[in-house]
Design a protein around this ligand. Structure first.
Ligand SMILES: C[S@@+](CC[C@H](N)C(=O)[O-])C[C@H]1O[C@@H](n2cnc3c(N)ncnc32)[C@H](O)[C@@H]1O
Length: 300
């Protein structure tokens, strides 16, 4: 536990998928005036540097957001799929239109899309990243609108549900350092759905050769259907080069993850179509020669 630091992974292909979904979902939910509570159950440090030590060591952003930005630099944004355009504009807004040196984690993306009536609750247990997050949030000067909870979210999420306005998004983005995280996610989502059946839940998962990971993605579909909730499940696989080395320059093969997914319960009704439009374009620019692909399923 506590070996995972998101600073090494910020802006990689998994963040591209996750944060594209987050931006699209929050933009949709923000169309109604009623207050929204956003809970980020695994917040990380909040804001990252792509031009400094950790990101430079891993090189993961260079196969993710930096590669996308370079490939699409001369493209008229109006011609891009909406979800991709909105995501790239979100990252650009943290970089004054210049090269991408800063990368917003999920708390910063959520904060950027908040209205005065909304609330943001951020869980983080890592001692260092919890401290960094607290310091970064203090710098926002958002007062009581943004709260950092340095607790285990699997135990503590229930206390926040349902939110007072009965409108909310729960983003669940564990590091899956513990094998038990897969079961914990399913149990936590089941409990949360009982408390807040109309809430939107967005769960990230790695697509890796681990039975628990496959089982979890399947269980999330089953439980959504059993609870008669609409859902979307989207995966992005960037694949690898023919000799099996990763497509991301400089990245460490041992830690290389080539695909990930998002399961969204009670998604915006526009989300599946938006992702079907955006993911092929994303993949055109991020894919390796072997094993790349994308999928979007929906149900309910
Ligand atoms: C993948 S990172 C989060 C990245 C962030 N959501 C983003 O998109 O910018 C996962 C974080 O969850 C934290 N974490 C792991 N288990 C946790 C738990 N049970 N409760 C709260 N935080 C946890 C880790 O310390 C790590 O910082």
């Amino acid at each position: 536990m506590f070996s995972y630091r998101h600073a090494f992974h910020a802006g990689n292909h998994a963040d591209v998928l996750k944060h594209m979904v987050l931006v699209a979902t929050l933009k949709y939910l923000g169309q109604k005036d009623t207050a929204l509570t956003v809970v980020d159950t695994h917040a990380g440090a909040g804001l990252y540097r792509l031009d400094q030590d950790q990101a430079q060591t891993s090189g993961e952003a260079s196969g993710g957001v930096l590669k996308l930005r370079a490939a699409l630099a001369g493209t008229d944004p109006a011609t891009l799929p909406e979800a991709l355009r909105d995501y790239l504009e979100m990252v650009a807004s943290f970089n004054d239109g210049g090269p991408f040196k800063h990368y917003p984690g999920s708390p910063w993306i959520a904060h950027a899309l908040m209205r005065p009536q909304d609330k943001l609750k951020l869980f983080e247990v890592h001692p260092t990243d919890g401290r960094l997050l607290t310091r970064n949030v203090e710098g926002l000067g958002a007062g009581k609108q943004v709260e950092v909870l340095r607790k285990n979210s699997f135990d503590s999420l229930k206390a926040l549900l349902p939110p007072p306005s009965r409108r909310g998004l729960v983003l669940m983005d564990p590091s899956y350092e513990l094998k038990t995280d897969y079961e914990a996610v399913v149990a936590c989502v089941l409990d949360a759905l009982k408390r807040f059946p109309t809430g939107t839940f967005a769960i990230w998962y790695p697509v890796i050769a681990r039975p628990e990971a496959h089982a979890m993605a399947k269980k999330l579909k089953t439980l959504s259907t059993q609870h008669q909730r609409p859902w979307v499940q989207a995966e992005l696989a960037v694949g690898h080069t023919p000799d099996g080395t990763p497509v991301k320059t400089g990245a460490r093969p041992a830690t290389q993850m080539r695909a990930s997914g998002m399961h969204i319960i009670n998604p915006p009704f526009t989300l599946a179509a938006q992702l079907r439009e955006a993911l092929p374009v994303v993949l055109t620019h991020l894919k390796g020669k072997v094993g790349a692909g994308w999928m979007v399923e929906h149900g309910g």
